[in-house]
Design a protein around this ligand. Structure first.
Ligand SMILES: Nc1nc2c(ncn2[C@@H]2O[C@H](COP(=O)(O)OP(=O)(O)OP(=O)(O)O)[C@@H](O)[C@H]2O)c(=O)[nH]1
Ligand SMILES: [Mg+2]
Length: 382
């Protein structure tokens, strides 16, 4: 990103930070946000492209899910990778910053699932503006299913929760939206007639504000509908700009061995803003199992056991899916032919009303622990 653009972004960010939000300033706040979104667009495009990002360092996806590590230098990311992969991976650990200079993948086995962990170089402030190896790091983070944000206790025994805020901010600037769902907005561009805004629920923005924001982002004629109440200007900007990813964060607080004054779980939850966190010591190997299970839970994985028709089920090697996945997802995972030639399935387990229930619906939602026989068209079995 050129320095000029960076300066302009800084200037707008400062204006945003110093403008007190109220009814009369809302329009100019929205205007600044729209300008910022436009300026950051080029960066997000680089981060999400193959060159700058798209897996960041060109790491090939493998395993049942991908988890990326992000944090400032020397918080213990590489120490953690080595621990979680139980010696199968070696990422260099050292007491100086920027030890890790590229992405190091490793595989963690947990509950029959194989989870690809990606250790990354430490980021610095301004990573999203392309500082350090920021573009690649953020690119790798964008394509992960879960983001492990790692912070740590400092030598003086205290913890700086502001670091978490700074990291979230870098992720935000790279188009990564944490712990939220894509907004439910519908926009249909038209050739004339101006902006028409509809919603059945109470909204924060009125018609004029919506219109101004759309115009600012280049949309002059369009029908706009908000399906959810209280859609924010940021959500509208995100929707129009596109190229956003919606991911979950899980916070790891490392180096608890340095902690001076114990913090209560409530205090930590309050500082983090949610209870998806774990406190560990990579050095003393403390709470590592809780972290492993935490990662597994956050990913919402389920296990499905295949039972070839008229044979015993394979209880050793389940197929790993996500909560909410359907029979179609399972079939696709086995072989795409199974979707095309699917006849019906027999299911034993939580998603069946009775053991061995026959289900001929590809949209059937599978549950953890289901044992499933799939029948495909004759002649397609071999
Ligand atoms: N006291 C303490 N030190 C730790 C712990 N975990 C890691 N360290 C130390 O912290 C330093 C940095 O560890 P790394 O694992 O290299 O940190 P990193 O986050 O990968 O660092 P970069 O690759 O430079 O971003 C090393 O000296 C580690 O021995 C811990 O739980 N407690
Ligand atoms: Mg490292």
């Amino acid at each position: 990103m050129s320095e000029k653009v960076e300066d302009r972004i800084k200037e707008l960010e400062e204006r945003l930070a110093t403008t007190i939000p109220n009814k009369s300033t809302q329009r100019s706040i929205n205007y600044i946000k729209a300008q910022l979104a436009k300026l950051r667009e080029s960066l997000i495009q680089i981060v999400s492209s193959k060159k700058g990002g798209g897996g960041g360092f060109g790491i090939k996806k493998s395993g049942d899910a991908q988890v990326a590590f992000i944090g400032f230098p020397s918080v213990g990311k590489s120490s953690l990778l080595n621990l979680l992969t139980e010696g199968n991976t070696h990422s260099k650990v050292a007491a100086y910053d920027f030890t890790t200079t590229t992405a190091i993948p490793g595989m963690m086995n947990i509950e029959d699932a194989k989870i690809q962990l990606i250790d990354l170089p430490g980021i610095i402030l301004g990573a999203a503006a392309g500082k350090g190896r920021g573009k690649e790091v953020l690119g790798a983070v964008r394509s992960a299913e879960l983001i492990l944000i790692i912070i740590c206790f400092r030598e003086d025994g205290t913890i700086n929760f502001l670091d978490l805020k700074k990291i979230r901010n870098e992720l935000y600037n790279a188009g990564i939206r944490l712990n939220s769902q894509p907004p439910r907005i519908f926009i249909k561009e038209q050739t004339r007639g101006g902006v028409h805004f509809t919603s059945k629920s109470p909204q924060l923005m009125d018609k004029n504000e919506v219109k101004a924001l759309l115009n600012e982002l280049g949309l002059r004629n369009a029908g706009v509908h908000f399906s959810e109440p209280n859609t924010t200007p940021d959500q509208l900007i995100d929707f129009i700009m596109g190229n956003r990813v919606y991911t979950k964060e899980f916070v790891v607080i490392n180096k608890v061995d340095l902690m001076k004054n114990p913090l209560s779980p409530e205090e930590i939850t309050e500082s983090i803003g949610h209870n998806h966190w774990v406190m560990i010591s990579a050095k003393n190997q403390e709470n590592i199992n809780a972290l492993r299970h935490g990662i597994f839970q956050e990913l919402n994985l389920i296990r499905v056991y295949l039972k070839p028709p008229k044979k015993e089920a394979d209880m050793d090697e389940p197929i790993i899916l996500h909560k909410g996945d359907t029979m179609k997802t399972l079939c696709r995972k086995i072989h795409k032919r199974f979707v095309k030639d699917f006849r019906f399935s027999l299911i034993w387990g939580n998603s069946a009303r009775h053991p061995g229930q026959k289900i001929a619906n590809l949209n059937h939602i599978i549950e953890d622990g289901d044992i499933i026989s799939i029948y495909i068209k004759i002649g397609a079995n071999n």
